[in-house]
Ligand binder design. Structure first.
Ligand SMILES: [Zn+2]
Ligand SMILES: [Zn+2]
Length: 377
């Protein structure tokens, strides 16, 4: 079907400015408004055309495209298709005062009806916190999710088995009613049926006519080995049931891994600070580290170990997600200086100091020598 020229439809010249367009649109919209022309199909078509023309011409980008390519710019697949699809009435396609009045009527209402009242169920979010040990081993978690599901007694119709929903007498099944307000009449969701177009004279006793019931469902969720803090697991179709036969939403598990008392995680590697005594550091020694796999690893500290020295325990870190690789565990040595010395200990340390040589502390000897040289030449 050939379309009328948008400028002609609004009765303006091709050079009309924004103000002229707006004023022409208001005039035409009032002239052809369905409430001023009840039952007049031609006026209804004109009204749609006026809206469609203004929708394009008020937008400088769309107007430029229209000036260049004509209606072809807005055919299916062309630019600006989003706002113009489905007969030229997109949600939010009106500006200024018209938005308030027509917005709901032309946008939401129509779209909802065109999909037959079917609505996708809401997505659900479930926050789960696991320990580092659980992230290490992986687990199957049983979770309970409160969710609304389709009522099994009435299969979602809301009507008592053996009865049927009836066409709403307030709106005659349209789901919308009109009320006059000033110049215009405003279409609103029918208060009797809440837009469904039907009422349920004999409601299902289990769901009280809602067609959905809230239940706690038990789900088992597989938490794979090596999962990281902040991971999101999507369980398709495990969210809320859809409305009137619509598809169910998804369930998202937001996973957080609790900080560990002993180990700090860095990807697949683990880090751990281990304090050892000054004498162990000086004389050498061993200590055992418990690891997440349930075993112990022995760390040998050689004689003369310095503070901050790192030891790597290969393969004692975290498993890498969906891989056979395992990270490492890094042990960092912290040397603890003895405190609360007894008289005897103090004597021994003094004696030790007296017989110490420069070779016992090459770092500090070297440092102070360098400092002296730098500042005193
Ligand atoms: Zn029911
Ligand atoms: Zn109704």
């Amino acid at each position: 079907m050939a379309k009328n020229d948008f400028y002609e439809t609004l009765g303006v010249s091709r050079t009309a400015d924004e103000k002229e367009l707006k004023s022409a649109f208001r005039k035409m919209a009032m002239k052809y408004h369905p409430d001023k022309n009840p039952g007049d199909a031609t006026a209804e078509i004109r009204f749609k055309e006026v809206n469609e023309a203004y929708e394009v011409l008020k937008d400088p980008q769309k107007r430029a495209a229209y000036d260049r390519y004509g209606h072809a710019a807005f055919e299916h697949g062309g630019m600006g298709g989003g706002g113009m699809g489905g007969g030229g009435f997109g949600a939010g396609g009106f500006s200024d005062i018209f938005e308030d009045i027509f917005g709901e009527m032309m946008g939401g209402g129509r779209q909802r009806r065109s999909s037959g009242g079917r609505e996708r169920g809401a997505d659900l979010r479930y926050n789960m916190e696991i320990s580092l040990e659980e992230a290490f081993t992986g687990k199957t978690a049983q979770i309970r999710v409160p969710t609304s599901i389709t009522c099994d007694v009435c299969a979602g119709s809301g009507a008592k088995p053996g009865t049927k929903p009836q066409t709403c007498s307030t709106c005659q099944g349209a789901g919308r009613v009109r009320a006059a307000q000033g110049f215009f009449s405003i279409e609103r969701t029918c208060p009797t049926c809440q837009g469904r177009g039907t009422t349920i004279p004999d409601p299902c006793t289990k769901c009280h006519g809602h067609g959905r019931v809230t239940e706690e469902r038990s789900l088992s969720v597989n938490i794979p080995q090596g999962i990281e803090d902040g991971t999101r697991i999507r369980l398709a179709g495990e969210g809320e049931a859809g409305v009137r036969g619509g598809p169910a939403g998804d369930l998202y598990i937001f996973l957080s891994v609790k900080p560990h008392e002993i180990f700090q995680r860095d990807g697949a590697d683990l880090h751990c600070s281990v304090p050892i005594s000054m004498t162990t550091a000086a004389l050498g020694g061993t200590f055992d580290v418990s690891t997440l796999d349930g075993t112990k690893s022995r760390v040998t500290v050689p004689e003369g170990t310095q503070n901050g020295r790192q030891f790597r325990l290969k393969g004692k870190g975290m498993p890498v997600l969906r891989s056979s690789q395992v990270g490492d565990l890094y042990i960092q040595i912290m040397i603890e200086t003895p405190q609360k010395l007894t008289k005897r200990q103090r004597e021994l340390l003094k004696e030790f100091e007296e017989i110490s040589s420069k070779d016992n502390n090459p770092e500090s000897t070297g440092f102070f020598a360098r400092m002296k040289e730098f500042f005193e030449g």
